[in-house]
Design a protein around this ligand. Structure first.
Ligand code: GH3
Ligand code: MG
Ligand code: MG
Length: 354
């Protein structure tokens, strides 16, 4: 639910009213400042207005800290979606303002040079009083031009700040969805990717498919060679997963030594052969201990594969692929198992039974 319902015209009017108030403050003209003054002039936030009036009584100005605390106290309970929209809207309005200020600037400068020319022409004429009046007018125009170009510069600076802020927000969001050890997407990122995939998937299309994998006897690896080496194994397996996904596919670290791969456009046959390829690549790879360069006994993984059944929830989909993975473990590990459709139990294991 977006809380600002004003039309573009109305919001532009609020912007016009908010700008001079905002520019009087010591705080910078960032979206927090703007949100405060927007809600102030729009009269949509009484407690905020009372607090701002109190803070600015007797000519006091809002500094950075006051702006942040006012924002946190009276505005910030925006949900993520609203915050994104407000930011986008702010940027749009500002871009519009900057454009019209630029146009006004060029108009004023044309007007200015026309007047200048006129003043020169008139200088030769004997009617001194008229020239004096024009000089005054010219002075006013120059002032107006100066004001507009400084407004222009302020708007440019604000836009740069907003752009920087937007980049920082995007980066923070990416960091929040990445796994620190492996650089794969983390579980939260995977859940978001799966939700997005299921809500946009076409029931006539084959796919999406899901792969789930877990390193076999990983406790033993940790117990034998230590946790640091265990981490190295997790990274090596992640790298193999990364090497085997492309395009829209998402490889994620789902838990400690458990991974998932979402294949939005891949039908079950393709998913199964990818699982088999991953299984055999990991089986064939060798990881060395850094200190001794000693080759470690091979690491293997078990996998489950499922094709999405139209209508099932994300949780049901994950549960089916998890059961298939469990079947691979149960069947002796280092195996790929296909999940049966619609939770009717897993099909017999395929792959190298050891
Ligand atoms: P299974 O074949 O049945 O999967 O046996 P397993 O030994 O792998 O059993 P399980 O999956 O229960 O054990 C996972 C172990 O992984 C337990 C935990 O200590 C370890 N682990 C989880 N996260 C990390 C990690 O980030 N680094 C390291 N080194 N170990 C981890
Ligand atoms: Mg395991
Ligand atoms: Mg596990």
């Amino acid at each position: 639910m977006i809380k600002y319902k004003e039309s573009v015209t109305q919001s532009a009017e609020y912007l016009r009213l908010a700008l001079p108030l905002m520019t009087k403050q010591a705080a910078a003209f960032h979206p927090l400042s703007y949100a405060i003054w927007y809600e102030y002039v729009a009269g949509i936030n009484r407690p905020l207005k009372a607090a701002v009036d109190e803070q600015t009584a007797n000519g006091a100005v809002l500094n950075e800290a006051t702006v942040v605390s006012l924002y946190q106290k009276f505005i910030s309970e925006l949900d993520e979606e609203t915050a994104t929209r407000v930011r986008a809207g702010f940027q749009e309005v500002l871009a519009g303002m900057s454009q019209s200020a630029a146009e006004a600037g060029s108009q004023a400068s044309q007007f200015g040079s026309a007047l200048e020319q006129w003043t020169e022409d008139m200088g030769a004429a004997p009617i001194g009083g008229l020239v004096g009046g024009l000089d005054k007018l010219l002075g006013n125009t120059r002032q107006m031009q100066g004001a507009i170009s400084s407004l222009n510069k302020q708007l440019d600076d604000s836009q740069q700040k907003i752009e920087q802020l937007r980049i920082e927000v995007d980066r923070a969001r990416e960091d929040a969805l990445a796994d620190g050890l492996t650089g794969l997407v983390n579980r939260k990122g995977f859940d978001l990717a799966l939700d997005a995939c299921l809500s946009s998937c076409d029931p006539d299309q084959r796919g999406p498919s899901l792969l789930m994998t877990d390193i076999d006897h990983f406790k033993l690896v940790n117990d034998t060679y230590g946790h640091l080496f265990g981490d190295k194994v997790i990274k090596a397996v992640s790298q193999i997963l990364k090497d085997n996904v492309k395009g829209k596919d998402t490889a994620a670290r789902y838990g400690g030594e458990e991974f998932v791969i979402l294949l939005p456009d891949t039908p079950i046959e393709g998913a199964k052969s990818l699982a088999e390829k991953i299984r055999s690549t990991i089986e064939r790879s060798r990881i060395r201990r850094t200190e001794t360069n000693e080759e470690i006994a091979r690491v293997t993984v078990s996998l489950g594969v499922a094709a999405y059944c139209p209508g099932e929830s994300a949780t049901e989909f994950i549960q089916r692929v998890d059961s298939a993975l469990y079947e691979s473990k149960h069947g002796g590990r280092n195996l790929v198992t296909l999940a049966a459709a619609g939770g009717k139990g897993a099909k017999p294991a395929v792959g190298n039974k050891k």
